[in-house]
Design a protein around this ligand. Structure first.
Ligand code: SIN
Length: 495
């Protein structure tokens, strides 16, 4: 059996594994020109997906623009009912969809299934939220006029999703876009297109009309500009690196597109002397090593106050040594491979740079051949603030630990980065909770926890970590625009 058939054989509903793009309700398979999708754990090719270009991008945008006219005029209740069907289908098929995700991305199966449930939660939340997307009547300054504000969908949305959460990040954007009445063209990352295709299948099964959701795969260099510069695209929403986000922002500016960007991070995780050490260690393990450290919100730098430093690092290293690394389908696995060998090589470079600069690895680590996609986790001490491991977004399972003396020092070190997506800190002191949460330059924060994402909250970054918020009520606002209507009394003087 080849990789595709092996994966198909795992699924209860094999039709969900469809390596096809979707344009205007038509599924398009790979032709001679295709992109291979590889399982990063085994190196096996699991699918070939189409390599589409500018012409197909235009067709997808045209389809979305045509479908927008009728999708936006459905009542909120009708759209909400379809979103709820998507929610139920995602939950029902979460094991299959989780398996597809694990096969293309590498993460442990339980994380894959959890990601599908996370994806589903956005459809449930926005199905409810759109029913309450009220406009307003503004108190008038003029007795002969009334002012109404209605909220309407922005139009066709280009959704560009990353490989680290190929279903979750799509759900965070797609659910509010559909709820608002927008139609979409989704461009998933080339490493992980199968999850986006499967979510599009779910949309079709739930009754989303043809043309409302389109999915295209191919070279980002060709599809990206065709999508972003298309005059019928009103909004671009992207999750990925800060450097790509900057380019997309520049290109979107020419067409005056609405833009939401969820970009890189360099999260501090601060452990104060008065913290519960066991909670801090377990949270650091979750925050740092979930998805093998490939999350924008993961702890990038661990800052520990001097009074508990020795105790914390010893326990953190001990727990890290216990993590099981392996194939995502092995149910014992805590850490899968990185998304591909190139990503793993980049993380090894950062680690070597730190060690060459005097850093020490504290935990036991299995060796992997330096061409595989696996990188063993490492707790690093004796690092300095200027090293790449502290200044760059690592995107791998490397945890540099820095010692600090005072709260002021911790805040200075934490904010000493161009990024501002997430931050975590551990303390039992209520007054400190207020002070530190006000002082940290981060869009989202966890106090005494390392896991913070949920559909109900506004998620997004400050500084170079992005623009706009996804999730919560703000996540729906991002796909709506206000329209003001001034109504004059026809019998009053026309002035
Ligand atoms: C991300 O890594 O981009 C988001 C992860 C999350 O919300 O948990």
């Amino acid at each position: 059996m080849n990789g595709f058939e092996e994966l198909k054989a795992r699924l209860k509903t094999p039709e969900l594994l469809a390596p096809e793009c979707l344009i205007d309700g038509r599924w398009i398979s790979a032709s001679a020109s295709a992109i291979s999708v590889e399982n990063p754990s085994t190196g096996q090719i699991i699918a070939q997906v189409p390599k589409l270009g500018a012409a197909e991008t235009d067709a997808a945008v045209d389809a979305a623009a045509a479908a927008f006219d009728s999708w936006k005029t459905l009542t909120a209740k009708v759209r909400a009912d379809i979103l709820m069907k998507m929610y139920h289908l995602l939950v029902e098929h979460s094991e299959d969809l989780g398996a597809i995700l694990t096969a293309e991305q590498g993460k442990p199966l339980r994380e894959g299934i959890n990601e599908i449930l996370f994806t589903a939660s956005f459809f449930e939340w926005y199905a409810a939220e759109i029913r309450r997307a009220y406009g307003k009547v503004v108190p008038t300054p003029d007795p002969d006029k009334r002012f109404l504000v209605m909220r309407q969908p922005i139009g066709v949305v280009a959704i560009i999703t990353p490989w680290n959460f190929p279903a979750g990040m799509m759900g965070r954007k797609l659910a509010p876009a559909l709820a608002a009445g927008c139609s979409v063209v989704v461009k998933p990352a080339s490493q992980t297109p199968l999850s986006a295709m499967a979510v599009a299948k779910i949309a079709e099964m739930a009754g989303v009309p043809a043309g409302v959701v389109n999915v295209i795969t191919g070279s980002a260099a060709e599809i990206g500009p065709a999508l972003i510069e298309h005059p019928k695209v009103s909004k671009v929403t992207f999750t990925g690196s800060t450097s790509v986000g900057r380019t997309l922002y520049e290109k979107s500016a020419r067409g005056l597109k609405h833009v939401s960007l969820e970009l890189g991070g360099n999260a501090p995780l601060i452990v104060f002397d008065d913290a519960d050490i066991e909670t801090a260690v377990e949270s650091a393990i979750q925050s740092k090593f979930r998805n093998a450290g490939q999350t924008c919100v993961c702890a990038n730098r661990v800052l520990v106050q001097s009074g508990i430093y020795d105790q914390f690092v010893a326990r953190f290293a001990e727990r890290t040594s216990q993590l099981k690394i392996g194939d995502g389908f092995d149910l014992e696995t805590d850490l899968g491979p990185l998304v591909d060998r190139r990503a793993a090589a980049g993380v090894r470079d950062i680690l070597q740079d730190a060690v060459a600069g005097g850093a020490r690895i504290l935990n036991d680590r299995p060796e992997f051949e330096d061409t595989s996609a696996f990188v063993a986790p490492a707790v690093l001490v004796d690092v300095t603030e200027g090293q790449r491991v502290c200044t760059e977004e690592i995107f791998g399972p490397i945890a540099p630990v820095l010692k600090f003396e005072t709260e002021t020092d911790a805040i200075r070190i934490a904010n000493n980065t161009e990024y501002g997506l997430s931050a975590y800190f551990f303390t039992r002191d209520n007054a400190r909770i207020w002070r530190v949460s006000e002082a940290l330059d981060s869009g989202v924060m966890g106090v005494n926890t390392g896991l913070i994402s949920t559909a109900e909250i506004p998620f997004g970054g400050m500084k170079h970590s992005g623009l706009g918020r996804e999730g919560g009520e703000e996540g729906l606002d991002a796909f709506l625009q206000s329209k003001m209507v001034c109504i004059a009394d026809v019998n009053s003087n026309p002035n």
